[in-house]
Design a protein around this ligand. Sequence first.
Ligand SMILES: Cc1ncc(COP(=O)(O)O)c(C=O)c1O
Length: 216
Amino acid sequence: MSFDLGPIEFHEDVLEAMTVGATSHVDPEFIHIFGKPIEMVRKVVLSKNARPFIVAGSGTLGWDMVATNLVKSGENALVISNGYFGDKFGLCLQNYGANDTFLHSSTPGDHPSLEAIERELLLKQYKLITVTHVDTSTGVLSDIAGIGRLVHQKFPETLVVADGVCSVGCEEIKFNDFGLDIVLTGSQKALGARQVDRSLLLLTGLSKPSSVESPC
Ligand SMILES: Cc1ncc(COP(=O)(O)O)c(C=O)c1O
């Protein structure tokens, strides 16, 4: 496995697996074939009970899935942004009607403090908070464990959504222990699965299913 920003070189086993024909989704074998990666995804985020959704699409589709399934028009979203991808995630939510508040660090290369995030969360009810675990544009690593635990303990109604496109598979993520509700990622980076004409999106959740009306 390579730990660069990707897209990366692929193991020959992965390339070989990509050469087999498509299996019907009603083929009994399909349950086994699809079940294995679901179990493996759980291991990547060190969780026994996270619910992975493996979908053909890009990381950006993960933003759309969050925007369409988890936040209604007019509801508040707190966007912790440490660069281009954090901002773009926020703009995606806005396009679907979310009422965004952006929190940036005052120092380039840093991230907003937990104190600043808590102050903001005390001001109004937020449906969700988004944080880019590693923003590819700046390389800033966010404290998703600190944010997840803070929200989980003090603001349990708010969903914690982590963009892990640039971190899943190379930065430690303890899904339950960190208090995360959603982690989204793409297959083309540290996970090292091939991006053909579309990449594979993994959406891992949800620990608060009651707050989701129409899961993907
Ligand atoms: C942190 C982060 N989020 C989201 C994306 C978007 O992913 P995709 O290019 O698969 O749509 C990227 C792409 O580089 C990224 O680095």
